[in-house]
Design a protein around this ligand. Structure first.
Ligand SMILES: NC(=O)c1ccc[n+]([C@@H]2O[C@H](COP(=O)([O-])OP(=O)(O)OC[C@H]3O[C@@H](n4cnc5c(N)ncnc54)[C@H](OP(=O)(O)O)[C@@H]3O)[C@@H](O)[C@H]2O)c1
Length: 255
C-alpha cells in the first residue's frame, strides 16, 4: 500500500487515462481512493495499468460515443458506487497550417475535445446535482485563452471548454457540485512529443499531475501550471489586438 494520505474521494473516474496527464494522475490517486476508474480507447494500456495497480479499474471507452459514455458511467456506479470525482483529460491535437483548412480536422477535434466532454457532463451533472455533491475537472489549455498559430482547430475547442465551464460553474456551485477548468501550459506527454516548435517551460508530466492533484484538493475553479508561463499567456488576453498580433508575427511566426 502507498504511505501517502487518503484523498477526499471514494470513486474517481479519469477519461483519457491511458497516457500523459491522465495516466500520471491515475497513478497518483492509486491506493489513495477506493476505486479509480480509468477510460480511453486503448484497452491494452488500461489493462496493463490495472494489472500493476491497487485500485485502478479499466473501462475502455470512446468519449465521442454518447451512448457508450452513458453505459460506462452506469457500469462504474454499479460496480464501484457513486462517482465523486470526474477528470476529463481525453484530447487530441492536430496542427492547422493555412492555406490547408480541412473540415475533417476541425470535426475530429470538436468531437473529442468538446463534444466528448459534453457527453460526460450529460451523465455527471444531473447525477451530482441531484446528490448535491461531486467534483468535475475539465482539462482545457492556455491555447484557449487567445488564438495561437497552428492551433485554429485545437485552440477553438479549448476556448469553447473555458466558456462552457464559466457558464455552468455558478449553477453547479449553488447545488454543491465543484466544477474546475484546468489550463496547462506545455507538458511533456505523447501529445507534445510530435511538436516541432519551441515549448517554453515544458513541464515533466509527473510534476504537472502533482499540480493538478493539488488544485483538485483545493477545489480551485481554475488550475494552471506552470504559473510563470500560464500567467504570461493570461496577460496576453488583456492586450489590444494590434499588439497581440505584432507579438505573434514577431516571436511565433519567425521562420
Ligand atoms: N501536453 C500538453 O502540453 C497539454 C497542454 C495543455 C492541455 N493539454 C490537454 O491535456 C489533456 C491530456 O493530454 P496529454 O498531453 O496527456 O496527451 P495524451 O498523452 O495524448 O493523452 C490524451 C488521452 O486522451 C485519450 N483519448 C483521445 N481520444 C479519445 C477518445 N476519442 N475517447 C477517449 N479517450 C481519448 C488518449 O487515449 P487513447 O488514444 O487510448 O484513446 C489519451 O489517454 C488533453 O485534453 C490535452 O488537450 C495538454
Amino acid at each position: 500500500m502507498t504511505d501517502a494520505p487518503a484523498l477526499p474521494w471514494r470513486t474517481a473516474w479519469i477519461v483519457g487515462a491511458s497516457s500523459g496527464l491522465g495516466a500520471a494522475l491515475a497513478k497518483l490517486l492509486d491506493g489513495r481512493v477506493d476505486t479509480v476508474a480509468i477510460s480511453a480507447r486503448s484497452a491494452d494500456s488500461l489493462n496493463a495499468m490495472q494489472e500493476a495497480s491497487q485500485t485502478l479499474l479499466a473501462y475502455p471507452l470512446d468519449i465521442t460515443d454518447a451512448d457508450a459514455v452513458a453505459r460506462c458511467y452506469q457500469d462504474i456506479e454499479d460496480k464501484a458506487g457513486k462517482i465523486d470525482l470526474v477528470v476529463l483529460s481525453a484530447g487530441t491535437w492536430e496542427m492547422v497550417v493555412p492555406p490547408d483548412i480541412d473540415p475533417a480536422v476541425f470535426k475530429r477535434s470538436m468531437d473529442v475535445n468538446f463534444m466528448g466532454v459534453v457527453n460526460v457532463l450529460a451523465q455527471a451533472v444531473p447525477d451530482m446535482m441531484r446528490r448535491r455533491a461531486g467534483q468535475i475537472a475539465i482539462i482545457s489549455s492556455v491555447a484557449g485563452y487567445r488564438g495561437l498559430p497552428k492551433a485554429a482547430a485545437y485552440g477553438s475547442t479549448k476556448a469553447a471548454l473555458i466558456n462552457l465551464a464559466e457558464s455552468l460553474h455558478p449553477e453547479l456551485a449553488a447545488k454543491g457540485v465543484t466544477l474546475s477548468i484546468v489550463n496547462p501550459g506545455f507538458v511533456d506527454t505523447p501529445m507534445t512529443a510530435v511538436n516541432d516548435f519551441p515549448m517554453p517551460f515544458l513541464m515533466p508530466v509527473d510534476d504537472a499531475a502533482q499540480r493538478l492533484l493539488r488544485g483538485l484538493e483545493r477545489k480551485a475553479y481554475e488550475i494552471t501550471f506552470p504559473r510563470r508561463f500560464t500567467w504570461a499567456m493570461k496577460l496576453m488576453r488583456l492586450l489590444p489586438n494590434a499588439v497581440y498580433f505584432w507579438i505573434v508575427r514577431t516571436f511565433m511566426l519567425r521562420e
